[in-house]
Design a protein. Structure first.
Length: 157
């Protein structure tokens, strides 16, 4: 197990979210599900925590109740090698009530923020040529889902 991994707080949807995320990412697998016993804190037999793996990264999900909600202060970044991967993940993660955001950000149906980021975006906005970097950044700032072809057109001028 990796030394540090995300721990996600859900109201009652931890197991549902685990299966959803595992359906979105090709290299994923559900893990252990721990259920409440006689001592609780939830109803006996209900899911307390579950673990899963997405693209080699470990996650834990907790059914902790409604006290805390996800917000934009933290997001999960997905490095995408192609426009097809960007499009597929965008469609799957916004399905069922998710919301598109700006600059490649979105919220899934649980309210968790994701950044669906093509590798080329980071290369272009950190280009040593300040004109290229500026054009890429300006183009990205006008986008919802990142469009690689439009980024590449923008840097050409």
């Amino acid at each position: 197990m990796q030394k540090i991994h995300p721990f996600l707080w859900f109201d009652t949807q931890a197991e549902e979210a685990m299966h959803f995320y595992c359906s979105v990412f090709k290299n994923s697998k559900p893990g252990k599900v721990v259920r409440n016993g006689d001592a609780g804190p939830g109803p006996k037999g209900s899911v307390l925590v579950c673990s899963f793996e997405l693209e080699g990264e470990q996650f834990t999900a907790l059914n902790g109740g409604p006290q805390f909600k996800f917000n934009n202060a933290i997001s999960l970044v997905v490095d995408c090698k192609s426009q097809e991967e960007v499009d597929t993940l965008w469609e799957k993660l916004t399905a069922g009530g998710g919301e598109p955001g700006d600059c490649g950000w979105l919220k899934d149906k649980y309210g968790l923020s994701w950044q669906i980021t093509p590798t080329v975006l980071m290369e272009l906005i950190s280009d040593p040529d300040p004109v290229t970097a500026k054009r890429a950044m300006e183009a990205m700032m006008k986008m919802t889902k990142i469009d690689i072809a439009k980024l590449q057109q923008a840097v050409k001028g």
